[in-house]
Write a new protein. Structure first.
Length: 338
């Protein structure tokens, strides 16, 4: 089978011919229909995001995967050949306190499913990592595995801070951001959603996706958010970029008793001090999403409340998709369709 693999950090992926993986026990082989192209793949490809132990080169990237069950191990009972499924990749040890609470993705990044979906087939280490699509198109559903799931979890963290008319700023309207706007409209429709980005075309798309206001990040974005909210600031800021600049914007834009959720892997830092943020502002990160949160996201898609904007690339053009993403040229999500 064909698989796009990273051999050397900083180099393009190479399209290799590799054996189709075997399945044993409760393992499942998926024929990939769609694999979303995520900014974290760029961070991995460039070497900025250190590979966790267990993720060895050459590595097939791609962690937003959906397709059809091709083969099952002898112990598999939940799915059968031909079923349309998405892969939840945030596997943990399954037995520690965090995992027992259902937040396996917070257990240990080294246990996340390593070999990804930029390939004709993907080996899934256990049937328990699959979610049935029940009517959703796997190509549309693939980006939901991260671009939908990650903002959904971040939005759940901010819900206790919201009230009718409260302002939520979403910084970065890329793959995750364009889903965050739709999820907010679905789960917190009485809030005011402020989209922040550097690119005018992404801000235009944000307005179409339901943002109440759009703010150009190349100017004084925090000042603009404070002005739009009558001096109060945003009750929640979801930072999907994570650079020094975006975190500075978040810190200056967040309201008293507000919350900043850091999601983006931009590598920036936010100095934390008593008077550095408005009173009792919470700062937290958000790690991917749990299995049940993924089920929730798929339910939102099935209801028609959210839908990724996608651009398809065949597998042999995956580097083109990654390069377009690096240049900020992808609107919504690029999806590799082997
Ligand atoms: Zn991702
Ligand atoms: Zn665990």
């Amino acid at each position: 089978m064909k698989a796009a693999r990273l051999h050397v950090l900083g180099q393009p992926l190479s399209l290799d011919t590799v054996p189709v993986p075997d399945v044993a026990r409760d393992e499942v082989l998926i024929r990939i229909a769609g694999a979303g192209v995520c900014h974290s793949d760029l961070h991995i490809r460039s070497g900025e995001f250190p590979l966790p132990p267990g993720f060895e080169l050459p590595l097939t990237l791609g962690h937003e995967n959906a397709g059809y069950v091709e083969a099952v191990g002898p112990d598999v009972t939940a799915v059968k050949r031909g079923d349309a499924v998405a892969v939840w990749g945030g596997r943990g040890c399954g037995s520690c306190r965090i995992c027992r609470q259902g937040d396996e993705q917070c257990c240990n990044i080294a246990l996340w499913v390593a070999a990804g979906g930029y390939a004709e087939f993907m080996h899934v280490p256990s049937e328990r990592l699959l979610v049935k699509l029940d009517g959703l198109d796997p190509i549309d559903a693939a980006p939901l595995a991260d671009a939908g799931l990650t903002p959904y979890r971040a939005i759940k963290k901010i819900l206790p801070h919201l009230y009718p008319g409260a302002a939520v700023a979403v910084v970065g309207i890329g793959g995750l951001g364009h889903m965050a706007l739709q999820i907010l409209r679905a789960v917190a429709p009485s809030t005011r959603v402020i989209a922040v980005d550097v690119a005018p075309e992404r801000l235009a798309a944000a307005a179409e996706l339901g943002a109440s206001d759009v703010v150009d990040a190349r100017r004084d974005a925090a000042g603009e958010i404070v002005r739009l909210t009558g001096g109060e600031g945003a009750q929640a800021v979801i930072d999907l970029v994570g650079s020094d600049a975006s975190l500075r914007t978040a810190a200056s834009a967040a309201a008293r008793k507000g919350i900043i959720v850091l999601v983006g892997l931009g590598g920036g830092t936010l100095p934390f001090s008593f008077l550095g943020l408005r009173s009792e502002c919470t700062v937290t990160s958000s790690y991917w999403g749990s299995y049940t949160e993924f089920q929730d996201v798929l339910a939102l898609a099935r209801r028609g409340s959210i839908r990724p904007t996608i651009r398809r690339y065949p597998l042999d053009r995956v580097n083109e998709a990654l390069d377009a993403l690096a240049r900020g040229e992808v609107q919504g999500r690029a999806v590799v369709t082997p």
